[in-house]
Design a protein around this ligand. Structure first.
Ligand SMILES: *[C@@H]1O[C@H](CO)[C@@H](O)[C@H](O)[C@H]1NC(C)=O
Length: 385
């Protein structure tokens, strides 16, 4: 892994930002944008599955962190390049590296030990929050904000919050009472280092700090009603119609026979795709997107979320433990229902391609400004380990 070049400028500007959001949330007449509270689609599928909890950690190829990535100009796919031949080539590797640098700096600045009393919990939170990863949710949030007409700064607090929430979910997923994993991204998991009790509390604290962070650190020029809408959506994405609900359905289905595609998809729509959905929707809202535009972003994200899960299932079958940074083949060992089990490897690859095509079509209305999200969509199914 390439070390992160800490952008001092960004750290400083974020430090300067802290406390600038002094505008209290005044009661505001509901703007058109808040009609985009569409929430998670309430698909109520029967629960007759045999699926198991699955870590939501994205296991992408390390392309974005290879040393030569800066000099590699990579188009997202031949077909994308052909259909966009009149547009400048989009350099996804450079984009991901640049955005990731900014996100890493913001993450580092977001959690500091402020007194000896909070040293232990803060260290535990920082250990997992700064443990690397592709930061794909924050990057997609920023990309959506810029696509909708906003700036990276407008979305950065939400981007940090998304990674805090994601990190919470990983810490809790790894706990002995859950997946009981001792390895995450090639490093010991949080409870292995800090103990189960502290790991649970670090997850709790990361979750609540996420909301605090959005409320305090979104630039004050962003209308407060957009911020409230983002906080509400973030909260919903973790609740009964999001991560937690998906996880519980997964638990209930554990050990049951005859899992079908519909059930598997329901679970992953809530466990995996809900956080991606809010990532893109939050960015779009902060950037000033209309309700229809936010909806298009959500369609994109749900498809990408499922495509990611299919790709993750494929990788789990095909990649080695070393390349993954987690225990490979665990899903098979645990007799878990996966897309490859239901569709076969080739069928799964085909399904991933179909989902990505649908996702990209949803962003048609944004034209060339969708280039980063379109390229990320391709990247998700093309990643290889
Ligand atoms: C977790 O895994 C370890 C081995 O890695 C095992 O000793 C322990 O009993 C497991 N805990 C639970 C709750 O399953």
């Amino acid at each position: 892994m390439v070390g992160f070049t800490t952008s001092t400028c960004l750290v400083l500007s974020l430090a300067a930002l802290s406390g600038t959001r002094t505008t209290a949330f005044q009661p505001v007449a509901r703007p058109p944008a808040s009609s985009c509270h569409s929430g998670t689609p309430s698909v109520s599928g029967p629960c007759s599955t045999n699926t198991r909890r699955h870590p939501r950690g994205w296991v992408m190829a390390a392309a974005a962190t290879t040393a030569d990535a800066h000099s590699t100009s990579r188009t997202s796919s031949p077909s994308a390049a052909a259909s966009a031949s009149s547009l400048p080539t989009f350099d996804l590797n450079k984009y991901l590296l640049d955005k990731k640098d900014a996100v890493e700096s913001a993450l580092d600045a977001s959690l500091q030990v402020t007194s000896p009393q909070v040293a232990k919990i803060t260290e535990s939170m920082r250990y997992s929050l700064l443990a690397g990863g592709k930061r794909i949710r924050p990057i997609m949030c920023i990309a959506a904000c810029e696509m909708a007409g906003g700036t990276a700064e407008d979305a950065m607090a939400a981007a940090v919050a998304l990674e805090m929430i994601h990190t919470m979910s990983l810490i809790h997923d790894d706990l002995p009472s859950m997946d009981n994993d001792s390895l995450r991204r090639g490093k010991p998991t949080n409870h292995v280092i800090y103990g189960e009790d502290v790991a649970i509390l670090a997850g709790d604290a990361l979750l609540s700090t996420a909301f605090e962070h959005v409320a305090k650190h979104t630039p004050s020029h962003v209308p407060a009603e957009r911020v409230v809408s983002v906080i509400a959506r973030l909260a919903a994405s973790v609740g009964a119609t999001g991560l937690a609900g998906g996880q519980v359905m997964d638990l209930e289905c554990e050990g049951k026979k005859g899992v079908g595609l519909e059930e598997l998809t329901w679970i992953h729509t809530h466990k995996t795709a809900a956080l991606l959905k809010v990532s893109v929707a939050a960015g779009a809202i902060l950037g000033g997107a209309s309700a229809e535009e936010v909806e298009a972003c959500e369609t994109y994200a749900l498809d990408i979320g499922l495509a990611f899960q299919v790709a993750d299932d494929i990788l789990d079958v095909t990649a080695s433990t070393e390349a993954l940074g987690k225990t490979a083949g665990k899903d098979l060992n645990m007799d878990k229902t996966t897309y490859p089990k239901l569709l076969g490897l080739e069928g799964s690859r085909e399904e991933a391609r179909r989902l990505v095509g649908e996702a990209k079509a949803a962003l048609g209305r944004f034209g060339g400004r969708a280039a980063p999200l379109l390229a990320i969509a391709d990247y998700i199914v093309e990643r290889k380990n």
